[in-house]
Design a protein. Structure first.
Length: 377
């Protein structure tokens, strides 16, 4: 991985690459990248865990929301679900198993597409989902614009998009680049690589050159999230975009006191802030700016239906009922304790329960109520 990075730096005109290009290499290089190589390790023994790692409840409750969306879309003969970045396929299996058992007619009409860039993960997904004949794997290029009636959804996807790192230098926005000097990777500060970085802050109405912001203030800009939204919005003819991830609104994300940004690295369930170690072997993430997703969505014809916390979303979809059922005598004490812990983790406001759920729609009355958004924030 280091050789690949050095080669990219040496081939670049100024012998430096943006942090976004660096992050793209270590996470998504076809052979050596953390995600693309299939080395990504999800679950209790891995580098991190997701909501679907805790059991089937998350997927089953999400399935309730997806089923309601299909009803709002007048129970179309065909309802397309596109999951973007499907991990090991556990969430897809939980959703499909639940729909098969509870909403068999809807299940029969589902067209389930997975858009996944990692060939290593696709192999594992195909093995884990081989019993579900309606699941197919496609790239965005395979899906015609304006063809999707249904829902495109993701869970912890956007936090792993490569980001530009920027900093304040004498009240001017500068960019952080990666170079190779003295036999080591080093950061250098130069002029920004694209005016899109300035446009980004205009979009979210944040001026980080104001006096409130300290010298050397450092943060991230996720331009890829905006580009991804353009692709996704173009694919939807009528339906929803559902995004689950951790993050903030713009004023909280770019608060003057958050002067070191939100970048985190995860390696074997330990987190730290050094993206220049464990090359290709660790996860690198940043929080999601939900204001940017909403404002960019509005420009692309996506209306915000609601933004809520994952804990509130899942409670509105029936998680509280599942907690109550634990006292009905059908479970042993160890089962009760394990299941209660898993359910509480999903709604814990300091953990997974504090994740955000953003639902946007296209060509649908935005006042059409959704069960999961009963308690918006």
């Amino acid at each position: 991985m280091l050789d690949i990075i050095i080669e990219a730096i040496e081939k670049s005109p100024n012998h430096r690459i943006s942090f976004a290009d660096y992050m793209d290499l270590v996470l998504y290089h076809p052979e050596q990248g953390y995600y693309s190589s299939g080395k990504v390790n999800i679950g209790s023994q891995g580098d991190f865990f997701t909501a679907s790692s805790l059991g089937s409840d998350f997927g089953e409750l999400l399935a309730e929301q997806l089923q309601e969306m299909s009803t709002i879309l007048n129970g179309s003969d065909s309802f397309t679900l596109i999951e973007v970045g499907a991990g090991l396929g556990n969430l897809a299996a939980d959703i499909l198993n639940y729909l098969k058992n509870k909403y068999s007619e809807f299940y029969q009409n589902i067209n389930y597409i997975i858009v996944e860039e990692s060939s290593g993960l696709i192999e594992q997904q195909k093995e884990n989902l081989k019993e579900f004949k309606q699941v197919t794997w496609k790239s965005w290029q395979d899906i015609p614009d304006g063809s999707i009636i249904g829902c495109i959804f993701s869970n912890e996807l956007i936090d792993a998009f490569p980001v530009h790192q920027v900093t304040l230098n004498s009240k001017k926005l500068k960019e952080i680049y990666v170079t190779w000097q003295d036999n080591q990777l080093k950061e250098i500060i130069e002029e920004i690589s694209t005016p899109d970085l300035l446009d980004y802050f205009k979009l979210i109405d944040i001026d980080i050159t104001k006096d409130d912001y300290p010298e050397n203030y450092r943060t991230e800009v996720n331009l890829q999230a905006l580009n991804w939204l353009k692709i996704v919005a173009n694919k939807i003819k009528k339906g929803y975009l559902l995004t689950i991830d951790y993050g903030y609104n713009a004023s909280k994300y770019y608060h003057p006191q958050r002067y070191q940004g939100t970048l985190n690295c995860y390696y074997q369930h330990r987190h730290h802030h050094n993206p220049y170690v464990n090359l290709g072997q660790q996860d690198i993430t940043t929080h999601v700016n939900f204001t940017a997703l909403e404002k960019q969505g509005n420009l692309l014809g996506l209306e915000t239906v609601g933004l809520t916390q994952q804990g509130l979303f899942l409670m509105a979809l029936g998680l509280g009922d599942r907690l109550s059922e634990l006292s009905n005598g059908n479970y042993t004490l160890p089962e009760i304790l394990q299941r209660r812990d898993a359910l509480h983790q999903l709604i814990n406001p300091t953990g997974l329960g504090g994740f955000k759920v953003l639902i946007q729609s296209k060509e649908i009355d935005k006042n059409q109520p959704l069960k999961g958004l009963k308690e918006n924030i």
